[in-house]
Each structure stands twice: as structure tokens, then as C-alpha cells.
Design a binder for this molecule. Structure first.
Ligand code: GLT
Ligand code: MN
Ligand code: MN
Length: 392
């Protein structure tokens, strides 16, 4: 008897919704201490290669595709060539964004610069970039406020900065509506770098800000592994909180050691356990959005290393997805989780004052027994580790 054909679950395919940015695989390895180590790679080459590797799509900042000083004729040619490459490889552009950080004009921020002309220029640049994204049917529009922040609070009243930021997002929501673009806006929090401190530093800050906007339904978040890890936070918790209120519009996957500069390493290459629980969260929740690898190859690498990095990012996600299945199929884990469910941990166990108020006020608790009983999390965690280490 022949075995039924099993598709290789470790091979990335477009249906996995893996994406990369032109700026990620195209990163030439420049850092604050050293020059580029890899030659610039053309957007066309990036699209071809990512398509071969099984990615779903590629994302860009306006200037990743069209250089800042391009003429109209140059822009047209770039757009035409890029469109042809996308068509040939079947790759999509699900997300677009604006570079509001590279130009020296943004040294004090874009939407929150103290210079009102800079703030207006940032709006103009974003509107034009939204137009460019729509030429490729992008659906998500990311706002990473890299330069929105300060080195010294003497510079500006952060309350004023919040108002400018809100005005800008409200303005761009109106533009989105006026043009019929239907973009979903995704704010990307980060605590610091390149500014000493960046406004909207965490997922929680971004979520709270969203509900103060004129069109909160249009705006969600694009959290990034490295950005929460830099701040020493548990990334999965922030992602879960966003998800639970329907605000996880996009996600940036990479790896990072806490407390360092923004390393943007290959997904899963640092805290494997954190990466596992993130994949578990996304898979268990049936997250259907884009999984964008916002990361780049080590500076030591040549082009071969870049593609190894891209392949590895997707493969690690799929391997962790297999481990998630193993976690759910493990009889001992199932038993431990069932015991927790029996203690009332099962989803759906809710209380409300209306239904339970009096009963809870009158309830007699066996506190001795409640105090004495452990939760068996040591065993549960060890079993998880053993799954990750491949011995279960
Ligand atoms: C830059 C940053 C990322 C953002 C990109 C989108 S640009 O690479 O470090 O976290 O997602 O603007
Ligand atoms: Mn980053
Ligand atoms: Mn990012």
C-alpha cells in the first residue's frame, strides 16, 4: 500500500502568507559603525528570488521602490518593471509604508516635528506613498514612527506631540476615505531607536491612542518581536491583547536579545521558546493576516547568506508550527491542560455581577485546600521544552 501523498509541511508556500520588505532582504548591512557590505539589490531581483522561495509577497516604503530624487519618467519605468516582476512571480504587495525617517528633514520627527512645515511635508509624502501602494493593491498601510520622539523633554510637550500625531492619523484616515482606498492602518510601536525615546512605545500605548482617533475602526497595530523584546516585555501578551480586540492588522517577525539595540535577527534565532509561544498564539487563534519578516541577514553575509536568512525565517516558523501540533497532540500535556480546564480555566468561563454577584458574595471557600494545591506548571513547561528539543 502506498502512503497518501503528504505535502511537505516545511516548505514555504504562498498560502502561508509570508512576506518580506524590500528593505529587509535588500538590507546592505550598513550600521552606525560601518559601511554597506553588500551591493544594492534591485526590487525586481528581490521579487523573483522571494517568489522562488515560496513567499506570498513583498512590502515597501515609497523610497525603497522609487528613490527620493527620481524623475517622473524614472518613476514610471521603475513601477512598470516592478509590476512585470510581480506578475511573473505571482507575488503580491500586501503592505506599503512611508519612509518618514531617512531624510534629514525628519530629524525632529515627521508628524510630531516642532516644525509645522515638516509636519505638512510628512502628510504630503504619506499621501503620495499611499497612492503608490494602491498602484499595487496594497491593503495594509503601516505607520512606524521611528523619528517621532525626543532625546530631551525640554524640546516639546509630549501632550502636544500626541495631539499632532492624532491630527495626522485623522487627516490620513480622511484621505483614505476620500480616495476610496480602503487601507487598514497599522501603527507600529517601538520604545527607542533611532530616537532616544519614541512616542507610542508599546502595543498598549498604541491601542489606547487608537481609541482616541476619529476613525478607530480603520486603525490597528503592527507589533514587532524585537520592539517588545528590547523593552523586556512578553511579546505574545501584547499581541494577544491586540488580537483579542480585533486590532492585530499585521505582524513583524524577527528575533532580538532584550536590552540591546534593534537587532532585527532572523525569526526564531534568539528566544526559541518565546517564538514557539508566539507561533502557538497565532496558529491557535487562526490569525489569517500577513506574517512579515522585518529582519535582515547578519552583516557577515553575502547574497547567498541573505537567501539562507529568508529561507530560514520561513522554515523556522513552519517547524514551530509543527511543534505546536505536537504540543496539542501530546497525551500528557492534554491531560495537564484538561486538569486546568476542570479548575475553570476552560475558555468561556465568565462571571458577571448580574448573574453571580450574590452567589459570589455568599460563597463558602475551602481556602485550606485552595492554598495547598499546585498547578503543575513545572511539568507542563518541561514537556514544552522537551517538545522543542525534539525528544517527544
Ligand atoms: C524599519 C523599522 C521597522 C519598520 C519598518 C517600516 S522600517 O526597518 O526598523 O521596524 O517596521 O517602516
Ligand atoms: Mn526592528
Ligand atoms: Mn518593523
Amino acid at each position: 500500500m502506498t502512503k497518501p501523498f503528504a505535502q511537505d509541511v516545511r516548505t514555504p508556500r504562498p498560502e502561508h502568507r509570508f512576506t518580506f520588505g524590500l528593505w529587509t532582504v535588500g538590507n546592505p548591512g550598513r550600521d552606525p559603525f560601518g559601511d554597506a557590505v553588500r551591493p544594492a539589490m534591485s526590487p525586481v531581483r528581490i521579487v523573483q528570488k522571494l517568489g522562488e522561495l515560496g513567499a506570498y509577497g513583498v512590502n515597501f516604503h515609497d523610497n525603497d521602490l522609487v528613490p527620493r530624487d527620481a524623475t517622473t519618467a524614472e518613476r514610471e519605468k521603475i513601477v512598470r518593471d516592478f509590476r512585470a516582476a510581480l506578475k511573473e512571480s505571482g507575488m503580491k504587495v500586501p503592505m506599503a509604508t512611508t519612509n518618514l525617517f531617512g531624510d534629514p528633514v525628519f530629524r525632529d520627527g515627521a508628524f510630531t516635528s516642532n516644525d509645522s512645515a515638516v509636519r505638512r511635508h510628512a502628510l504630503q509624502k504619506t499621501m503620495r506613498s499611499m497612492d503608490l501602494g494602491k498602484e499595487f493593491d496594497a491593503e495594509t498601510y503601516v505607520f512606524w514612527g521611528g523619528r517621532e520622539g525626543v532625546e530631551t523633554n525640554a524640546a516639546k510637550d509630549p501632550r502636544e506631540a500626541m495631539k499632532w500625531f492624532r491630527d495626522a492619523i485623522n487627516f490620513l484616515c480622511e484621505y483614505n476615505i476620500a480616495q476610496g482606498y480602503n487601507y487598514r492602518f497599522a501603527l507600529e510601536p517601538k520604545p527607542n531607536e533611532p530616537r532616544g525615546d519614541i512616542f507610542l512605545p508599546t502595543i498598549g500605548h498604541a491601542l489606547a491612542f487608537i481609541y482616541t482617533l476619529d476613525h478607530p475602526d480603520m486603525v490597528g497595530v503592527n507589533p514587532e518581536v524585537a520592539h517588545d523584546s528590547m523593552a523586556g516585555l512578553d511579546f505574545a501578551h501584547g499581541v494577544a491583547q491586540a488580537m483579542e480586540v480585533g486590532k492585530l492588522f499585521h505582524i513583524d517577525l524577527n528575533a532580538q536579545k532584550p536590552g540591546r539595540y534593534d537587532q532585527d535577527h532572523r525569526f526564531g534565532s534568539e528566544d526559541l521558546k518565546q517564538a514557539f509561544f508566539l507561533v502557538k498564539l497565532l496558529e491557535d487563534a487562526g490569525y489569517a493576516g500577513m506574517k512579515h519578516f522585518d529582519s535582515h541577514a547578519y552583516r557577515t553575509e553575502d547574497e547567498a547568506g541573505v537567501w539562507e536568512f529568508a529561507r530560514g525565517s520561513m522554515r523556522t516558523y513552519l517547524l514551530l508550527k509543527e511543534k505546536v501540533a505536537a504540543f496539542h497532540a501530546d497525551p500528557e500535556i492534554t491531560q495537564l491542560l484538561a486538569a486546568l480546564d476542570a479548575r475553570g480555566a476552560a475558555p468561556g468561563m465568565r462571571i458577571s455581577f448580574l448573574h453571580d454577584g450574590q452567589a459570589i458574595k455568599d460563597e463558602q471557600f475551602d481556602l485550606e485546600a485552595m492554598r495547598a494545591k499546585g498547578y503543575a506548571y513545572e511539568r507542563l513547561d518541561q514537556l514544552t521544552i522537551e517538545i522543542l528539543l525534539g525528544v517527544r
